[in-house]
Design a protein around this ligand. Structure first.
Ligand code: ACM
Length: 264
C-alpha cells in the first residue's frame, strides 16, 4: 500500500484557496492512503469563536464533498483535518473519506492550549476504521501524540496504521522520536502529516515545524522531510507487518501485557 502525507502551509481562513491547493495536490498523487494536516482547510490560530464559526463545515460541507469526489475518482483513502460544525458545537476533527463515499470522523480528544476555548473535546473515543480487508486505520490528531493511551487504544483495537494529521508547534526533536516510540511500542505504522509556516495574532506568533514523517512498526523512519519542504512524502508499506506483535518465540508485546498489574 502506498502511503502519503502532505506537508504544506494552509492560508489562514481562506478555505476556497486551501481547497484548490488540496485538490491539486490530491489529484497529482499516486497513493492508496493520503494523510493531510490538521485543520488543513482553514488554518489554525483563530482569534475568536466567530472566526471559527465562519469557516467551520458540517460533514456534508463543500470540503468533504471535494474529498469524496477525489477519493472515488482516484480509489484512495483520504484523511483530512478540518473544523467541524455539528449543531451548536465545533470540533477539531479529521474525516476519513473512503472511495465508496463513506465518511468517518474522529474528533480530537486532547485539546491543545486555546483550542479549549473554541472546540468541544472529542466525544467518540478512538475508532478503528476498516477498509475491507485492505487496512485497519486509526486516527489521532496532533497533541494526542503526548498521550500513550491514544496510540495504545488504537493498537489494542487492531489499528495497523495510525494517521496523525498535525499542526505541531513543538520542536521536531521532541515529537519525532516520541512518534517513533508510539509506533515501536505498538508495532504499528505512524504517518504524521504536519503543516509548516507561521500564523500571527496581534503580538502572538505560532510557528509550525513541518518535518513530517512516516514510521514503520519497528520504529524505523521510512520517509521524512525537513521543515520548509512543501509537498508529499511517500512510503510503500506492507500493513500486515503491523499484525506481527511478537519479536521472538518468547515474546509478543500484546500477549505479554499485564493489565491486572496496571493501575490505570
Ligand atoms: C496541536 O495540537 N495542534 C499542537
Amino acid at each position: 500500500m502506498i502511503t502519503a502525507a502532505l506537508q504544506f502551509c494552509p492560508s489562514f481562513l481562506d478555505v476556497e484557496r486551501n481547497r484548490d491547493t488540496l485538490a491539486s495536490y490530491l489529484e497529482g498523487v499516486d497513493a492508496d492512503l493520503a494523510v493531510l494536516p490538521e485543520l488543513c482547510t482553514t488554518g489554525y490560530f483563530f482569534h475568536d469563536a466567530a472566526q471559527l464559526a465562519a469557516v467551520a463545515e458540517t460533514r456534508d460541507g463543500e470540503s468533504l464533498r471535494l474529498f469524496r469526489r477525489i477519493a472515488a475518482d482516484r480509489n484512495m483513502l483520504i484523511v483530512a483535518g478540518f473544523a467541524e460544525r455539528d449543531g451548536e458545537a465545533f470540533y477539531n476533527s479529521a474525516a476519513t473519506v473512503f472511495p465508496d463515499g463513506r465518511v468517518e470522523i474522529y474528533r480530537k480528544v486532547h485539546l491543545f492550549a486555546e483550542e479549549k476555548t473554541f472546540f468541544t473535546p472529542g466525544d467518540r473515543g478512538f475508532p478503528v476504521l476498516h477498509w475491507g480487508d485492505r487496512l485497519r486505520l486509526g486516527v489521532m490528531i496532533c497533541y494526542d501524540w503526548r498521550f500513550p493511551e491514544a496510540a495504545r487504544t488504537l493498537a489494542l483495537k487492531g489499528a495497523q496504521v495510525i494517521a496523525h494529521p498535525s499542526n505541531l508547534v513543538a520542536a521536531p526533536r521532541l515529537w519525532k522520536p516520541v512518534m517513533r516510540t508510539r509506533a515501536f511500542e505498538n508495532r504499528v505504522f505512524a504517518v504524521t502529516a504536519n503543516r509548516n509556516g507561521e500564523e500571527q495574532r496581534e503580538d502572538e506568533r505560532l510557528v509550525f515545524h513541518g518535518s513530517s514523517q512516516i514510521v514503520g512498526p519497528n520504529g524505523t523512519v521510512l520517509e521524512e522531510v525537513d521543515e520548509p519542504y512543501e509537498g508529499w512524502l511517500q512510503a510503500e508499506i506492507d500493513v500486515k507487518k503491523a499484525d506481527e506483535k511478537s519479536f521472538s518465540s518468547w515474546n509478543d508485546i500484546m500477549a505479554d501485557r499485564r493489565p491486572d498489574a496496571y493501575e490505570l
